[in-house]
Design a protein around this ligand. Structure first.
Ligand SMILES: Nc1ncnc2c1ncn2[C@@H]1O[C@H](COP(=O)(O)OP(=O)(O)OP(=O)(O)O)[C@@H](O)[C@H]1O
Ligand SMILES: [Mg+2]
Length: 272
């Protein structure tokens, strides 16, 4: 399709020197529970380029979190191939995986996973196990600044709203300056205003910092704000549409009901 080829060149440069940041080839993940085998992923092939912002949708149990865990090097495929930045990671040792994870990937969780007794700043600094106090403090504040919460650095999680707690969670994910942000239902516990705030932040990080973002969500309006929606069912990718496909088709109705094509998000990182 002519319009897609044009869009590819615009966004990523010509195909002959483009390399996927994330490439899964026929990846399967099987969990064995006693005598029962669960095919959490069944032959998933997927390419995600540097700088993309994508959402993953699908019913409960369809394999979304398993996919995120594999992409985030928290788990290895049972079969198939996973290349991150051109390096085959499916067969790497646990040590190497955790090194790659630490360097390249930031995780954001539905329940924030903040430690209650620690301040926002101390929570954000947690991934920085090495380095001196001053350096850690600087990096922690820098990450909090990025999410617009530098002035809340001394607050404990209970002294912050849900949306603010999730922004602290995002700051913690960013503190090691990863190139990929993986968020598993990051707005699942938030009201609609806070959800929007968190989405705007992730989109600004993508747009202004070039961070590749992958978001699992059950909400169509969240997914519609991203550039690409991957749909899963029973461990398989059953849909993969880019914004230009929905626009071409006249709206997101082509992939799901009750959705408008994503609105442009205006928020700048510095305004938050
Ligand atoms: N550690 C595990 N051990 C055994 N089975 C697992 C494990 N993790 C996931 N599964 C199974 O794999 C399948 C996919 O699970 P997954 O958590 O990826 O689904 P999901 O799409 O994230 O669902 P939800 O929307 O409820 O979070 C499910 O059938 C689940 O029961
Ligand atoms: Mg899940």
């Amino acid at each position: 399709m002519a319009h897609r080829v044009g869009a590819e060149i615009d966004r990523h440069g010509p195909w002959w020197y483009r390399m996927s940041l994330i490439r899964l080839e026929n990846v399967s993940k099987t969990y064995r529970m006693g005598d029962v085998e669960v095919g959490a992923l069944q032959g998933v092939s997927l390419d995600i380029d540097e700088g993309e912002i994508v959402s993953v949708m699908g019913p409960s149990g369809s394999g979304k979190s398993t996919l995120m865990n594999v992409v985030g090097c928290l788990d290895t495929p049972t079969s198939g191939r996973y290349e991150l930045n051109g390096h085959e990671v499916s067969s790497m040792s646990d040590n190497l995986l955790s090194e790659i994870r630490g360097r390249q990937i930031g995780f954001v969780f539905q329940t924030y996973n903040l430690l209650k007794r620690l301040s926002a700043r101390a929570n954000v600094e947690l991934p920085l196990v090495y380095g001196n106090g001053k350096g850690r403090r600087h990096r922690g504040l820098e990450a909090l600044e990025l999410v617009g919460l530098r002035d809340r650095s001394g607050h404990k999680p209970t002294e912050l709203s849900g949306g603010q707690q999730q922004r602290v969670g995002i700051a913690r994910a960013l503190v090691k300056r990863p190139s990929i942000l993986l968020a598993d239902e990051p707005t699942g516990n938030l009201d609609s205003a806070s959800s929007e705030e968190v989405m705007e932040l992730m989109m600004a990080l993508n747009r202004e910092r070039g961070i590749t973002v992958m978001i699992v969500t059950h909400e169509f309006d969240i997914a519609a704000a991203t550039d690409r929606i991957i749909s899963m069912l029973d461990g398989r990718v059953v849909g993969d549409s880019h914004r230009e496909d929905w626009v071409q088709a006249g709206g997101l109705w082509s992939i799901g009901p009750g959705v408008n094509p994503g609105q442009p998000v205006k928020t700048e990182l510095a305004d938050m």
